[in-house]
Design a protein around this ligand. Sequence first.
Ligand SMILES: [Zn+2]
Length: 213
Amino acid sequence: MPDEAILRLQAGNLRFAAGQSTADQSPERRIAIAPGQHPFATIFSCVDSRVSPELIFDQGLGDLFVIRTAGQVLDRAVLGSLEFCVVEMGIRVLVVLGHEHCGAVKAAMDALATEEAAPAEIEYLVEGLAQAVEQGRQLGGDVWNDAGRAQVQLVVARLETVPIMRRAIDAGQLAIVGAWYDLDTGRVELLTHRVRTDSPPKDCQSYEEITHA
Ligand SMILES: [Zn+2]
């Protein structure tokens, strides 16, 4: 179930933020999963070195399917990879993870302010972030982080229109979740999804803290 996977991610993030990570990266785990992988969630995140999904969700080898581009900018290879994990891997939850003080968002803000094209393919990233930067500016507050959050929302909305995703969502087999990572606290906040609270997974000891936070 999608919500069970989300709770598992949140429990892992609580362990990470508390400095109590337990992710299994042992030789035994490596050998056990060599014949086949069964990841339970997909994370589409930024390339930022401080936002490594396996670390911040405290997940082990083989637990996560991870796709990363600067500022979570979509292209056809990313879309194909995301469709692949839903259709072929049976992934039930897809998290679009943005983060505080994203360098890609800042670079796009700066490039758009000068109205000069960014070098080479970086311009492609700027174009992919332009709508989010515009939305961030319109809010009139902290443009950098508002634009970063807007990018998460825009990517979630775009993915929800992809026919393969839409069918899976409508069948209750997939949730696409926008999330935001705080570099200082290490905590991940859900931006677009509420978890049902009637079926906590048995191994989720932090369930009470998650659902009542
Ligand atoms: Zn970033």
